[in-house]
Design a protein around this ligand. Structure first.
Ligand code: IMP
Length: 197
């Protein structure tokens, strides 16, 4: 594919997505490369709705094929929260540190064996010609009681990945991009692109 717009301003996601699209797309633009790129109101109740809305607006605005990632952390003991509210769990624009503190606080009295959760990613691909496709991925793990590791972004330091004795923030970009929820969704997107070019 020649030119794709990635509808995100999240610097942590951009780093991962650029690596995940290597060799697949000649030119990648993101929201930051445009003046007045639309700020999509993420008012959907599912990752699918929000991802589609972001990709539709980005494609319409740019006139290019657009890819949007909506993702978050789903915690069993919190009935799926923070879910679609992951980026603003502790309030609009407060950032990762405050969100992580809120998560720790909500799980304060929950024992280790009931701190199960998963990262979920839904990718929406929309073209000006009207193509709309969704791809999803998830990775299971356990919410730690204290942060571990310096890498990644968001809730990574609090997420112990199943099958690894490391938090997502201790995996490093290369390993995270092999196993993560985002990596799994991108693997499906990659397969799809190979069938249409
Ligand atoms: P979105 O930009 O509306 O999709 O919100 C995504 C939010 O979910 C981020 O701000 C993080 O809080 C969380 N999240 C999504 N993916 C990851 C990840 O790979 N690691 C850690 N947190 C993530």
């Amino acid at each position: 594919m020649k030119h794709l717009v990635v509808a995100t301003r999240n610097p942590g996601k951009i780093v991962e997505i650029n690596a995940l699209l290597t060799g697949l797309v000649e030119q990648i633009s993101s929201a930051a490369d445009f003046v007045d790129f639309p700020e999509t109101v993420e008012d959907g109740v599912t990752f699918e709705e929000n991802a589609l809305k972001k990709a539709r607006e980005a494609s319409q605005f740019s006139g290019l094929p657009a890819l949007a990632d909506d993702s978050g952390l789903v915690v069993d003991a919190l009935n799926g929260r923070p879910g679609v509210f992951s980026a603003r769990y502790a309030g609009e624009g407060v950032g990762d540190t405050a969100n992580n503190l809120r998560l720790l606080e909500e799980l304060r009295n929950i024992p280790e064996d009931r701190r199960r959760g998963a990262f979920v990613c839904v990718l929406a691909f929309v073209t000006p010609e009207g193509v709309e496709r969704l791809f999803s991925g998830s990775i299971a793990g356990r919410i730690l009681s204290a942060a571990r590791g310096e890498g990644g972004f968001g809730y990574d330091p609090l997420f112990l990945v199943d099958g690894f004795d490391r938090s997502m923030a201790e995996l490093g970009l290369a390993d995270k991009n092999r196993v993560s929820h985002r990596a799994q969704a991108f693997a499906k997107f990659r397969e799809y692109l190979e069938t249409i070019v």
